[in-house]
Design a protein around this ligand. Structure first.
Ligand code: SF4
Length: 641
């Protein structure tokens, strides 16, 4: 299927702007090319003019005023805000003449991972070109925008941002020029030492253009004195703590990196023409007809360029801690994540609930959409019919305006409509994926009872959430989490259902089997694989940035935990980093793991081969790196950058 056939003609002029290809301008140490749909042509024609910095602290009155524009986002009782939210999805493509269009399609497949902004960067004639915008992928791109992104390689990003913000400057991918070239980056995750690194970089004179943690990566790359370029990426990533699945693009390379814990997913695939694809989930590979090959392994750096594919590792090695919430809620059921089918996981969670928390009932229904598969599993195991008792509207945006506070549950009713024919007079089991604040659950119970349900029994296909996530998922503070404040019985009373049961942590562990220790379950167990180097930074006001007329930032709350600022040099030594950032019990585990893997850190050597137990595939036309012993693979890897 010709990829171009998938794109309808744009209502806008389709005259290609590729004729007005920008020329690169390098401003030391870091110059941003942040091209937005609204100012694209102008910016292209004046690439040497850097965007002005316009961060301002607002008065408290601005918070109120701005909030009125985003009532749905800021309302903690709205259905959307009563779920944890994934922070992003990424894609990278190398070696396909339709790279940006394939990125566009892949971003559609990843739209569930972020709806606030989207962007694509492509490389054409050694120039990185970017289109980013606020909104859904379909809002940001059209045929003429994609015409501006020719080239054989591209990266893309969908973003979920913090409440009440349109933060155009924070929409990725970010592109920056530094003294030896340009680099673009798209990031899924959250850096727990971001503030420390940023303070240290600012102390050295770096000027930040966004409030995104991802920007520190670009600054670390820019100030690095390492050569070749790949050393800079490796050196920068080894200073990061927390969750990062990232794709980088340069004039001649595509680089995919996953943090040593492997919190967030990142997979690799290939199209029939040999093009290499990286994506957050396999559903993106499926859409663009790429064959899944493998995960990017935790701590792995995969480099794709004209010479083929090489694989390196970050140090120190960590035991994998993949986010189990990807299987509970975030990923699409048609994806394979961390080597497991998401559909099969959710189906099994429902079956386990039916076995461990049975109840006499007439019908099983789901809270759409994320509760569907678990509800199917519950119904099958219980031998009770599954019915669609709640209909979800897919046409209500996140920013609808409550016409009156007196109209109770208006937001939930807009999103979910009960089916009386299914519910009236019935004993109903309703299956949801999780409970965060409990506000939406109580409204759903009321909806079902108002529609005539005789009994409502709630079954939750995850353990109770008791802690915030620091690794790329937007969860409320611990104080706001209902299961952190109440027992299961107290939660049942709060949401007014007839019975309530969660998937137990023990059952989740049994389901994962021997792989259980390689999954993060910190928001359920409180066992955080890596403690943040600073408290969770939470915005106390709103940040609005229209990308043209400046921005308003109402500020942040931030409490440091006994940290002295990190001194950022070209590369922070391994020893210094661990002492400064990772002074926890987890660090001893990680150290012993590192030794067990036989990795002895040479402070002068950043590039080391990836452990041989991981498969490394190469492109057909290049030398096979698989099976080469460390020094040989290192030499090859160094030679091609
Ligand atoms: S804390 Fe929870 S949401 Fe965050 S990575 Fe761990 S399991 Fe996933």
């Amino acid at each position: 299927m010709a990829t171009s056939n998938l794109f309808p003609s744009s209502p806008l002029s389709s005259s290609s702007s590729t004729s007005s290809s920008p020329s690169t301008t390098k401003i030391s140490p870091l110059h941003y090319f942040h091209i937005t749909p609204s100012n694209f042509p102008k910016t292209l024609l004046n690439p040497s003019k850097p965007p002005s910095l316009s961060f301002k602290l607002s008065s408290s009155s601005s918070k109120t005023a701005i909030s009125t524009f985003f009532p749905g986002d800021d309302d903690p009782t709205s259905p959307e805000s009563d779920k944890p939210r994934e922070e992003c999805g990424v894609v990278g493509i190398y070696g396909d003449p339709e790279a940006s269009r394939l990125c566009y399609l892949a971003l559609h497949a990843l739209q569930h991972r972020g709806q606030e902004g989207a962007g694509i960067v492509s490389v054409h004639k050694n120039i990185l070109q970017s289109v980013t915008g606020v909104g859904l992928v379909s809002d940001v791109f059209n045929q003429s925008k994609l015409d501006l992104l020719p080239g054989n390689s591209a990266i893309g990003h969908v973003r979920y941002s913090t409440a009440g913000s349109s933060m155009l400057k924070n929409v990725q991918p970010f592109v920056a020029g530094y003294r030896f070239g340009s680099v673009g980056v798209a990031h899924n995750g959250n850096l727990v030492n971001y503030r420390l690194l940023r303070h240290a970089l600012e102390d050295q004179g770096s000027i930040f253009n966004t409030s995104s943690d991802t920007e520190v990566v670009l600054h670390l790359i820019a100030i690095s004195k390492a050569r070749p370029f790949l050393q800079r990426i490796v050196g920068a990533c080894e200073q990061l703590q927390g969750a990062y699945s990232m794709v980088f693009i340069t004039e001649d390379k595509l680089v995919a990196v996953r943090d040593p814990f492997g919190f967030r997913p990142l997979v690799m695939g290939r199209r029939s023409n040999g093009a290499v694809v990286f994506a957050s989930e396999t559903c993106a590979l499926d859409l663009i007809e790429a064959t899944y090959e493998r995960e990017v392994n935790p701590g792995e750096v995969v480099v794709v360029d004209a010479a083929g594919i090489s694989s390196l590792c970050l140090l120190p090695h960590r035991p994998r801690k993949a986010c189990v919430f990807e299987h509970i809620y975030f990923s699409l059921p048609n994806s394979t994540v961390f080597g497991r089918s998401v559909y099969e996981s959710r189906y099994a969670f429902g079956q386990i609930l039916a076995a461990k928390a049975p109840v006499d009932c007439d019908v099983v229904i789901a809270v759409p959409d994320s509760g569907f598969v678990a509800a199917l599993g519950y119904a099958a195991k219980a031998g009770v019919p599954f019915q669609q008792g709640l209909i979800r509207s897919h046409y209500v945006g996140r920013t609808f305006i409550e016409p009156s506070q007196k109209i109770r549950d208006f937001g939930v009713k807009l999103k979910l409509a009960p089916v009386q024919a299914v519910l009236k007079g019935k004993r109903v089991v309703v299956v949801d994926d999780s409970i965060v604040r409990g506000t939406t659950s109580s409204k759903i119970v009321r909806l079902l009872k108002d529609a005539g349900a005789k009994e409502v029994h709630m079954r939750i296909a995850s353990p109770p959430i008791i802690g915030s996530c620091y690794y790329g998922v937007d969860t409320p503070s611990s104080e706001e989490l209902i299961s952190n404040r109440m027992s299961v019985e107290e939660v049942r009373e709060f949401i007014q259902c007839d019975s309530l049961a969660f998937l137990s942590l023990e059952s989740l562990g049994e389901f994962l089997g021997e792989e259980a220790p390689s999954f993060c379950d910190a928001c359920f167990s409180g066992n955080y694989p890596v403690l943040p180097a600073e408290s969770k930074v939470k915005r106390v006001g709103d940040f609005v940035d229209d990308g043209l007329n400046g921005s308003v930032d109402a500020g942040w709350t931030e409490t440091h935990v006994n940290q002295t600022p990190v001194k950022v040099e070209g590369t922070i030594s391994c020893q210094k980093k661990e002492k400064a950032v990772n002074d926890t019990s987890a660090s001893s585990v990680q150290d012993s793991s590192s030794k067990a893997n036989g990795n002895i850190r040479n402070p002068k050597q950043t590039l080391l081969p990836f452990p041989s137990e991981y498969p490394v595939r190469d492109m057909a036309s290049t030398k096979k790196l698989t099976g080469l012993i460390g020094p040989t693979r290192l030499l090859l890897a160094t030679a091609i950058v």
